[in-house]
Design a protein around this ligand. Structure first.
Ligand code: MG
Length: 251
């Protein structure tokens, strides 16, 4: 019996040694064989690529808003769904995904409505996509429509201007592919690592691993409240902006 216990103890120790040894293979100095720096396990997970990758969570497929809720009251999202797109209904308020996320790759397409020339600057095709419900990537009709540079389409609102303006003409679709890494907080409520974001707008990099300074406030400086996973939220800024083909891959 004692022998049995001793044996299982030894097995456990050797297993943990193997795991440890695998974890630390990269510190081997002056390797003499190519295999020393080849890591085989665990095998890399297979994702079938395509218009929508096989491991994507589909947040909006053009049919309904079942995955979304109103921020106002937590009830059903009251935006209009028609012709495969969802459109802001002025006054219905922001909407959020019911599901919450941390780190992800997000694909989302948006369209500025046809609006009169009298609408300008922030008044034209304004909406927004909020990472974890609090960090806004601006959506705006920035095609031949000047506004403050850190408030145009592709900006991290009131923080970082996009590298270039890649906005499609009014009425045409825009595509954002966003890679987002959530902030990590210390136990004391400080920031261990800030949030970072990369935004590709119509195939053009407009934010390149940009540090998010905190919440994207309309007035005042960014704030850094401690938080966990959060939703993707879409802004009702009073303009009838439309969205379609929204999917996300958790990382
Ligand atoms: Mg906005």
């Amino acid at each position: 019996m004692k022998m049995k216990i001793l044996l299982s103890l030894l097995t456990a120790i050797s297993i943990s040694f193997v795991i440890k040894a695998q974890d630390h293979r990269h510190v081997v100095t002056n390797p003499t064989k190519p295999t020393v720096t080849e890591y085989w396990d665990p095998e890399v997970r297979v994702v079938t690529p395509g218009v929508i990758p096989s491991d994507a969570i589909i947040l909006f497929d053009g049919k309904n808003l079942d995955n979304w809720e109103s921020i106002k009251d937590g009830g059903p999202a009251q935006w209009k769904v028609e012709d495969g797109k969802m459109t802001v209904v002025r006054g219905a308020g922001h909407i959020s995904t019911k599901q919450k996320f941390t780190n992800y790759q997000l694909h989302i397409e948006w369209q500025s409505p046809i609006e009169p020339e009298t609408l300008k600057s922030q008044g034209k095709g304004n909406s927004g996509i909020f990472m974890q419900g609090m960090y806004e990537v601006q959506v705006l009709n920035s095609y031949q429509n000047r506004t403050y540079r850190n408030g145009q389409a592709g900006s991290i609102y009131k923080q970082t201007a996009p590298l270039v303006n890649a906005t499609s003409p009014m009425g045409e679709w825009n595509v954002y592919d966003i890679i987002y890494t959530a902030p990590v907080f210390t136990v004391n409520g400080g920031i261990e690592t800030p949030a970072y974001i990369t935004v590709i707008h119509n195939g053009v990099v407009v934010q390149n691993h940009t540090k998010i300074q905190g919440t994207t406030e309309y007035i005042g400086q960014p704030k850094n409240p401690v938080h966990g996973p959060g939703p993707i939220s879409l802004q009702d800024h009073g303009n009838a902006v439309s969205f379609r083909n929204i999917w996300l891959r958790e990382m």
